[in-house]
Design a protein around this ligand. Structure first.
Ligand code: ZN
Length: 307
């Protein structure tokens, strides 16, 4: 290697930005767990659906910056809006699975979980003509009491999961879970790749800085500092997540508890601006690509099992 080639390689390495996983959980505003009391599932079909408009707006924002990511699609949405799912795939994004019904995994029996997850995976694969490799549980509901779900995900042909949040929370989280992407052995012995949601450490505290409500509630400078800490100090990629309804300040307002109101409605009007800043400050790719770059998944995606 010549000196100038060596110098240019060094500078490439120095300038290299960590590539992170950008993810969207494709569901409507009324699917959010915080609104479960006010918008029970038997009313969903009659509520004002805004998922198509909001997802298209996200596609536009990502398109403007040439960013691609992974869209974890709820089967309930895929059933009603198959054209939207094709639109997302045609824009170059990875399509993954967010279950069918948005029921919390730890409130399902293993049999129920197997059936509804299989239903959603098959449906999405039929729509896109591509294999679905990734799964994310409703409200990060794979916790210590529902780790059995990981064995079922392997059985159904998923290659990776992104449902474990290594924090303390009243509804989810495995505080002592391994924080970086890794291969995990499920309780039944199955192997699956896990991409946990990110957190930063500030003064001994774990602060979830990786998206959703935290992205809207925390000041942007703090989110950015936390995500930079993951990339620079821990030297690993993070998984960032958002829902289409989080960029929609015009969505119907439901009467729910003060805590749920705070979690669901804070800073909806500022979320698009924050997302633009985030895309300028960090590099992103679909989750499958980030995992393949870490050698946790093969470089090429498998063929569609429905073909
Ligand atoms: Zn969800």
């Amino acid at each position: 290697m010549t000196a100038s080639a060596a110098a240019s390689e060094t500078s490439t390495v120095t300038n290299h930005r960590c590539v992170n996983a950008l993810t969207v959980d494709v569901e409507d505003w009324f699917h959010a767990n915080a609104l479960a009391q006010a918008a029970p599932r038997d009313r969903w079909a009659g509520l004002d659906s805004r998922v198509v408009t909001n997802t298209r707006r996200l596609l536009e924002l990502f398109g403007q910056r040439g960013v691609t990511g992974t869209f974890f699609v709820l089967g309930w949405v895929a059933d009603r809006e198959p054209a939207l799912i094709r639109e997302i795939a045609d824009a170059g994004h990875e399509i993954a699975c967010h279950g069918y019904s948005h029921k919390l995994v730890f409130n399902q029996t293993p049999q129920e979980f197997r059936e509804e997850t299989q239903r959603a995976k098959t449906l999405i694969e039929q729509i896109t003509g591509r294999a679905v490799e990734g799964y994310r549980a409703s409200t990060y509901s794979i916790t210590k009491r529902s780790l059995w779900a990981l064995d079922i995900l392997c059985e159904l042909g998923f290659a990776y999961d992104s449902s474990i949040f290594p924090i303390h929370h009243d509804q989810y989280g495995i505080p002592d879970a391994q924080p970086e992407p890794h291969q995990l052995t499920a309780p039944g012995g199955a192997h699956i790749v896990e991409f946990p949601l990110g957190f930063a450490r500030f003064g001994g505290m774990r602060l979830p800085v990786s998206g959703g409500g935290y992205f809207r509630l925390l000041p942007y400078w703090l989110t950015r500092a936390g995500l930079r800490q993951i990339n620079r100090k821990r030297q690993r990629p993070f998984a960032f997540y958002l829902h289409p309804w989080e960029i929609d300040p015009g969505q119907p307002r439901m009467k729910v508890s003060a805590l749920s109101t705070f979690r669901h409605y804070t800073n909806l009007n500022d979320c698009q601006n924050r997302l633009k800043r985030l895309m300028a400050d960090f590099s992103f790719a679909p989750m499958r690509k980030v995992l393949a770059d870490l050698a946790l998944l093969p470089a090429t995606a498998p063929a569609n099992p429905q073909a």
